[in-house]
Design a protein around this ligand. Structure first.
Ligand SMILES: N[C@@H](CCC(=O)N[C@@H](CS)C(=O)NCC(=O)O)C(=O)O
Length: 307
């Protein structure tokens, strides 16, 4: 009942971040394949409408967003550490650069160079999600050389960090490596110019091989229906918790909505606040298929509102 179940698809870079993190922790986990575009009928009962990838399920507790997923994996499995050499705190700061600025720029390269070859529904969905309702692929394309110049300088910083005989960003493989590696993996796999582009960064390329060798831990496939049955047969295990210092005065028992910030058009998820903290909010929901579930979100990057 306490197996880690990851709902994801192979091409998802953010899922690759979590898969490699599971590799760093050397964990066994269950893998449920979800569709690349909505509708996602077997995922929605678990998340209450959150549609992004990946999602982690443990029994009747559901963790949305890689930030929340990685924290929970580390809470349950502290060793090997995500923070080698006393790096606690620092990777989360790094993630606000990697997951926001660098991710956005790499998405522009991947979509801008392959728009013509992508299935129309996938392109439409991702462009709306990442560029907002007024997206214009011609504008994205016109800026591709500029965007590459931005990425080039930032990859140069990583290359510099990994030069001078350093095998990983900290001492051993840890969260900072995972946070940068998934973006290198994404660009490498989805842009035909990546080989030449990356060849300027030999230390980064050597590190990329070391990261690839970490693998994904020990995944085994699970059917989506079985994952829903597991949620149905389990109870949420998250204790109720309030936070007297919460600036929004969200208290357990209140009806709330949670939505990713930005103009991606993500649906709101509603429920009853159950566990409130500086880092996360967990809400209770129920539906006919799986009964009661507890859905967890990060606070950073998400807007929580009282209903
Ligand atoms: N902040 C989220 C971002 C997740 C995200 O944008 N994932 C992409 C896939 S890599 C996505 O959801 N694409 C749309 C989809 O899968 O439906 C996280 O860290 O998990």
């Amino acid at each position: 009942m306490s197996d880690i179940i990851l709902h994801h698809y192979p091409q998802s870079p953010v899922a690759e971040k979590v898969r490699v993190a599971l590799g760093v922790k050397k964990l066994s986990w269950r893998s449920v394949q979800i569709p690349r575009v909505p509708p996602k009928p077997d995922l929605m009962p678990l998340t209450g409408g959150y549609r992004r990838t990946p999602v982690m399920q443990i029994g009747a507790d559901v963790y949305c967003d890689s930030q929340c997923i990685l924290r929970e994996i580390d809470r349950r499995h502290p060793e090997p550490t995500f923070y080698p050499g006393g790096g606690q705190g620092m990777p989360w700061v790094l993630s606000r650069w990697s997951d926001a600025i660098l991710f956005d720029q790499i998405v522009r390269i991947v979509l801008g160079f392959s728009a013509e070859e992508m299935p129309a529904d996938l392109l439409e969905d991702r462009a709306r999600l990442y560029f907002g309702p007024d997206w214009n692929m011609e504008t994205v394309k016109a800026s591709l050389p500029h965007t590459l110049a931005q990425i080039r300088a930032q990859f140069g910083w990583v290359n510099e960090r990994l030069s001078h005989g350093r095998d990983f960003i900290l001492v051993e493989p840890g969260l900072p490596d995972v946070l940068v590696y998934y973006l290198v993996w994404f660009l490498r796999g989805r842009w035909e110019g990546s080989g030449d582009f990356m060849s300027e960064f030999p230390a980064l390329e050597a590190w990329e091989e070391r990261m690839k060798a970490i693998g994904h831990g020990d995944p085994s496939e699970m059917d989506a229906g079985e994952a829903l049955d597991i949620a149905r047969d389990a109870e949420p295990r998250t204790p109720q918790a309030g936070d007297p210092r919460d600036p929004q005065k969200i208290e357990p028992g209140m009806n709330v909505s949670v939505v990713p910030e930005g103009d991606g058009g993500d649906p709101e998820v509603t429920g009853i606040a159950h566990s409130v903290s500086r880092e996360t909010i967990a809400i209770l929901r129920s539906n006919e298929r799986i009964g009661q579930i507890c859905v967890h979100f990060p606070r950073v990057g998400y807007r929580v509102a009282k209903l």
